[in-house]
Ligand binder design. Structure first.
Ligand SMILES: NC(=O)c1ccc[n+]([C@@H]2O[C@H](COP(=O)([O-])OP(=O)(O)OC[C@H]3O[C@@H](n4cnc5c(N)ncnc54)[C@H](OP(=O)(O)O)[C@@H]3O)[C@@H](O)[C@H]2O)c1
Length: 229
């Protein structure tokens, strides 16, 4: 049984990720603001397998509450930094608040989570930063995503930096740049766009990558996309 933390599990890819890890028998802590939706995951869990905590990841101080939720865990095997905020807005209309919130959720929260969990990681622990194809240098870009993709891109860079700085003690840390997945985020940002991939399909890939990717990769960005974007 692996100990897994998943942020942004109240819907979309994170929800499916939590469900699949629970069905595999792993112990899962889920995090998001909407705890009622997190609670729904309980139906997939056996006794003692599932915990959830409401944290607003844009609140730097609140993030350390995660330690209370896992105080009886000896280690964390996988942390999925999956929560994300996607703002699709013309560059000229982006506000200071848009910038601050995006960078807090997409960059500062993953940064802080790794920091507060450092003593719970081992050399075989794996941090998976869920990013986007738009954060990959040279990929096709789309108008309106300046604040979203740039904040996700900073997390990709952080992935490389932490892989080097933490390589002797762990965790291994990688990023996955996702193509379009049919979630509420996508529907809100690009109404009517039909993605070729469903949340449960992307979650299947992320489950496997989380469990096994640390053996082969550190500080790498995997592209998980069959479409443009
Ligand atoms: N869907 C796509 O096409 C696509 C493509 C590329 C990359 N991605 C990335 O994949 C990840 C999952 O995307 P998704 O499409 O499944 O998104 P989603 O359906 O919008 O779900 C986002 C999750 O993040 C949580 N979240 C957002 N802000 C938060 C905050 N301040 N504090 C705590 N939790 C917060 C939400 O929970 P609460 O609202 O309950 O807090 C929700 O559970 C994201 O990082 C996204 O950027 C998605």
């Amino acid at each position: 049984m692996k100990n897994i933390i998943i942020t942004g599990a109240s819907r979309g890819i994170g929800y499916e990720l939590a469900k699949q890890h629970l069905q595999l028998g792993n112990r899962v802590l889920t995090i998001s603001r909407n705890v009622d939706k997190l609670k729904e995951l309980e139906v997939f869990a056996k006794e003692g397998q599932f915990t959830f905590i409401g944290i607003d990841l844009s609140n730097f101080d609140e993030i350390s509450n995660v330690l209370t939720a896992i105080e009886n865990w000896d280690k964390v095997d996988i942390l999925y930094n999956n929560a994300g905020l996607c703002i699709n807005k013309p560059f000229a209309e982006i506000t200071e608040e848009d910038l601050i919130m995006s960078w807090k959720v997409n960059f500062m929260a993953p940064y802080r989570l790794v920091q507060v969990l450092l003593n719970k990681f081992t050399i075989s622990s794996h941090v998976v930063n869920v990013s986007t194809m738009g954060a990959v240098q040279g990929s096709v870009k789309f108008p309106g995503l300046s604040v979203y993709s740039s904040s996700k891109s900073a997390t990709v860079n952080l992935t490389e930096l932490l892989a080097e700085e933490l390589k002797d003690h762990g965790p291994r840390i990688n990023a996955v740049a996702l193509g379009a997945v049919q979630t509420e985020m996508l529907e809100e940002a690009f109404p009517g766009y039909i993605a070729p991939t469903q949340p449960h399909e992307m979650a299947e890939y992320l489950v496997d990558f989380g469990l096994n990717g640390w053996k082969y990769f550190n500080g790498k960005v995997q592209q998980a996309s069959i479409s443009t974007p």
